[in-house]
Design a protein around this ligand. Structure first.
Ligand SMILES: [Zn+2]
Ligand SMILES: [Zn+2]
Length: 329
């Protein structure tokens, strides 16, 4: 841990002096220990006052840790992740990160229009604001809040924070859209729906312009959900797969040292997933692992189809407001 004196008061407890970076956030040593204990004991029971007793109960304190951007990544020592406590702590952490992401999609707004490079440069999580209940959500707004929440989720893991600025920017740029599609498809599965859509049920692509058949649009909406339903992908599998898929050393424009970092983290995440499959499916674990990995190609195919529709619709409606995170040049 990097010791940093005189950095002020810990943003989680608002009481003690900051002692350094822990789990990706500047905090005091008590909050660092609290976060670790919570992950490994998994004893965070819901708040009795519905989350209004800031810093008094464990739940509210843990929630503040997650909101501040704290996250747990197993060490680069591969034997650590074969430890069942470590895997459970990782899954517990991921479940909380994921519900925070989904909360932001459902309830927040982001004011501004940053590029992915600017988001990658900012240390700590992006600041989102509560969305008024009557705020009208259209395709552009859903696309934007989904993308921003995905970027916020993906940027905090150690494999991203350990990269240099340019590698981090490229990692996020070429993975957040795919990750967003994966989250949309998982939401469809939780809702017993056969196609991807935004949370209010609206369509993920603009329709009604020339050049795209209904058949194409339908397979774009259904292909990934169908595969996820076939496999009955669990939430834990989705969480671990997301780390394996989107910690990808093969992305464009990543430096050699960046590829090295991503490679070593991807190995950790893959062994966590394999370990999970072996525990859950016993001798069918290895084939389950292979089946799950095959989802990646379906995600990429869906992304390409959506990008194609994006492109066609932006040619035919050039004034449509495209946010900078969706400019992939
Ligand atoms: Zn503290
Ligand atoms: Zn509370």
């Amino acid at each position: 841990m990097l010791a940093i004196e005189g950095q002020g008061v810990c943003s989680i407890c608002n009481r003690r002096e900051v002692t350094g970076y822990s789990y990706g956030v500047l905090c005091c040593s008590a909050c660092k220990m609290f976060f670790r204990r919570s992950l490994f004991m998994r004893n965070v029971h819901p708040c009795r006052t519905g989350g209004n007793c800031v810093r008094k109960c464990r739940f509210c304190r843990f929630k503040r840790c997650i909101e501040a951007g704290m996250t747990f990544t197993p060490t680069e020592n591969l034997s650590d992740i074969s430890n069942i406590d470590s895997l459970s702590a990782l899954l517990f952490n991921l479940a909380h990160q994921e519900s925070h992401r989904e909360f932001q999609v459902m309830n927040c707004l982001f004011v501004g229009d940053p590029t992915v490079a600017e988001i990658a440069e900012e240390s700590g999580p992006l600041r989102l604001t509560p969305r008024p209940l009557n705020h009208p959500m259209n395709l552009a707004e859903w696309t934007f809040i989904t993308g921003i929440s995905s970027l916020n989720y993906l940027k905090k893991f150690s494999h991203a924070t350990n990269l240099n600025q340019s590698d981090r920017s490229n990692l996020l740029k070429y993975s957040f859209f795919d990750f967003s599609i994966f989250t949309d498809a998982m939401r469809a599965q939780y809702r017993n729906q056969e196609y991807i859509s935004f949370p209010d049920g609206s369509d993920v692509v603009r329709t009604g312009f020339v050049g795209v058949s209904d058949q194409f649009l339908n397979s774009l909406r259904c292909r990934l959900v169908a595969r996820i339903n076939d496999l009955r992908v669990t939430k834990e599998e989705f969480l671990l797969l997301s780390l394996v898929f989107f910690c990808n050393p093969g992305l464009r424009n990543i430096s050699e040292s960046g590829r090295g970092i991503l490679n070593s983290y991807q190995k950790i995440y893959s062994s966590a997933l394999l370990q999970y499959c072996m525990m859950t499916y016993n001798r069918n674990g290895p084939s389950r692992f292979t089946d799950l990995l095959s989802l990646y190609n379906v995600i990429v195919k869906t992304k390409l189809d959506i990008s194609y529709v994006f492109l066609l619709s932006s040619i035919q409606n050039p004034c449509a407001d495209l946010k900078k995170i969706y400019v992939f040049r």
